[in-house]
Design a protein around this ligand. Sequence first.
Ligand code: AMP
Ligand code: MG
Length: 493
Amino acid sequence: MKERSDIFGFENTYAAELEGFYVPWRGASVPEPRIVHLNRALADELRLDADALLSDAGARVLAGFETADGTTPLAQAYAGHQFGNFVPQLGDGRALLLGELIDRNGVRRDLQLKGSGRTPFSRGGDGKATLGPVLREYLISEAMHALGVPTTRALAALTTGEQVRRQGLEPGAILARVASSHIRVGTFQFFAARGETARVRHLADYTIARHFPELGEADDCYLRMLRAVRDRQAALVAHWMSIGFVHGVMNTDNTTISGETLDYGPCAFMDGYDRGTVFSSIDHYGRYAYGNQPAIAQWNLARLAETLVPLIDPDDSDRAVSLLTTEVEAFRPVYLDHWLARMRAKLGLAIAEAGDLDLVNGLFGTLEGRDVDFTVFFRRLAAVARGDRAPVRALFQERTAIDAWLERWLARLGREGESAPSRADAMDRVNPVYIPRNHKVQEALDAAVDSDLEPFRRLLSVLERPFERRKGLEEFEARAPDGFGRYTTYCGT
Ligand code: AMP
Ligand code: MG
């Protein structure tokens, strides 16, 4: 494939085809844009020249205030339900879409900046981002990618040379992130709420062409688009649940159509298994708690479905609603299929048996309320398959229930075609050793804000190979020491 002559060589189909869905905009000028970390592997995947990106000119473009050849940066418009309340206008208040890149696999990807200054959508905000949260998104999104979860990616983290006011003054920063698009449920809601059906149709057509070209222009393509989004969201949330990930702010403006995880604000990984786990400082009622995520994803899908009513049948909205409702209601069984498949894999089960759901539910009944570390438990289960129950038993004070469950599971494992040790190897390929432990993330961010990037780089390198236990990395495996206390995360910091 031919390398491009300029650094970026952006394409701009969103700008060209979706007038009204954005405002052309430039980033704010900043005193000293500097790339503090570049994802060379991702740059290569995007056919970008990493050394050119690291030049002064590259940093100025990635800071958003100098445009590259062929760039039309823009702030995207969207609406959204935030914690269940509809806000008709949100939009990129501190982000800019620089343009689109075609990656080595021929896939169109957005390059977006977060923290590039105020836009017409900023409302009261300063349009800025700070180093801690930027590196947090970098770490967690890259960890998710390494875990195999569909997600936006981090291309680069920059400092701006500014001090930005938050609790106190913090180093200003920008994240350059990559997504297969930034079209959200909220993008559909923006014009749907204004009754502008032609625009919603236009967006749906663009979305189908970009994400679901196999749907073509058939009469029922919009219904099939909803079905496709449903299936991707169901698969995504099942994947989150299987690794103990809590997104924390599943508003409809943070719910992608592509099925990628978007917006790593208050997210965190659960330690002890507890369906009620919440980290976000503002989620007082646990709307976005770990165990609520599938139901919320379905709720968000219903909000997308509402925007499509006039597209499905302009003359008979009852019929349209009924067709859409059927697809939304199917979220639950589709989700359960994905979730059970993930859980089977975590338990080393390659074949499906009718009793598997009951076996899995039995396990969670045994874990509930016992503060057993979710990640450690599943990883240690492979030791049981290899003949050593002690590491798992050590996680429990009261062992009757887990002993009974282990017997049941081992009997089930015995009905697999392969030997238990080879099933254990398969388990090690899906049950991570390393996740972004909250105390380790915090440690890395605190050091970075203090000008020491080394802990960030080390943690990133650990998280890039989550399934492979390596010597000398024991500190990254364990849950937070008791003294770390309850972890609280924040939105929009
Ligand atoms: P988020 O919680 O990051 O998904 O953001 C929700 C909305 O608030 C989006 O419209 C953001 O663009 C906007 N927003 C968040 N932080 C800022 C900020 N510092 N300045 C301007 N807008 C912001
Ligand atoms: Mg957002």
